[in-house]
Design a protein around this ligand. Structure first.
Ligand code: SAH
Ligand code: DHB
Ligand code: MG
Length: 225
């Protein structure tokens, strides 16, 4: 029982519970047209991100890894009135596709797209001294997951959620022979989450149209060491 069945079940879930949406469909079509890799979250995952934003009454969301802005649009739609998603993208071509998608989706007022390597942009964001982020979605280059998590901790508050995509990678996570930079970065993330007293974390394995992977969720508790 593998990929075809996982995809069929995702289709069933999306048909029943998520439906389609012109702006989101157009965002994916434009991303394909522009040659972006199809590594956006699935629609059912996007809807979960939207719910998480709503549940934390998000005024400020940070996303690391924009691609064509598909997940960004879901997050923007979960914002409280007047809220903003700050989304970080290193590739200007990806960012250009995302900007056009934000216009079509009518979310330009809610999205603040910063082009540049996230490890350069994150210290600048700290320097800006904005209000804490209520929700962070980490979904960029996996080798830097632990560093992204560390920066996220500096810009969140007790009660914030930090969600990290792609933390299972077909189980490569637990293959000791696999020393890929992405998997190593994700292992460092788990170590960091495990040893950080200010968060309580879990992770969930997933199968579906995006294959076999998983996501982690860390709740910022603010507890001292
Ligand atoms: N969140 C998107 C998918 C992101 S794919 C969605 O679900 O729709 C990962 C993105 O991270 C790619 O666009 C890639 O260019 C970007 N990325 C890779 N390295 C990065 C870096 N160092 N800083 C910022 N973005 C980066
Ligand atoms: C990759 C990145 C992602 O964010 C994802 O969801 C799937 C794959 C990748 O870089 O291969
Ligand atoms: Mg991802």
């Amino acid at each position: 029982m593998t990929y075809d069945r996982w995809r069929a079940v995702d289709d069933y879930i999306v048909d029943h519970l998520v439906g389609s949406d012109d702006a989101l469909d157009a965002a994916l079509a434009a991303s394909v047209e522009a040659g972006l890799p199809p590594i956006n979250v699935a629609p059912n995952q996007g809807k979960l991100l939207q719910f998480l934003a709503r549940l934390v009454d998000a005024r400020r969301v940070l996303e690391i890894g924009t691609l064509g802005g598909y997940s960004t649009i879901w997050l923007a739609r979960g914002l409280a009135d007047g809220g903003t998603v700050v989304t970080l993208e290193v590739d200007p071509a990806h960012a250009a596709v995302a900007e056009a998608n934000f216009v079509r989706a009518g979310v330009t007022d809610q999205v603040d797209l910063r082009i540049g390597a996230a490890l350069d942009t994150l210290p600048k964001l700290v320097g800006e001294g904005g209000a804490p982020f209520d929700l962070v979605f980490i979904d960029a280059d996996k080798q830097s997951n632990a560093e992204y998590f560390g920066w996220s901790l500096r810009m969140t508050r007790p009660g914030s959620l930090i969600v990290v995509d792609n933390v299972v990678r077909e189980g490569r996570l637990v293959d000791p022979a696999d020393e890929g930079a992405d998997v190593e970065g994700t292992r460092r993330l788990y170590e960091r989450m495990a040893n950080e007293p200010a968060v309580s974390a879990t992770a969930v394995q997933t199968v579906g149209v995006k294959g076999y992977d998983g996501f982690a969720v860390a709740l910022v508790t603010g507890d001292a060491a």
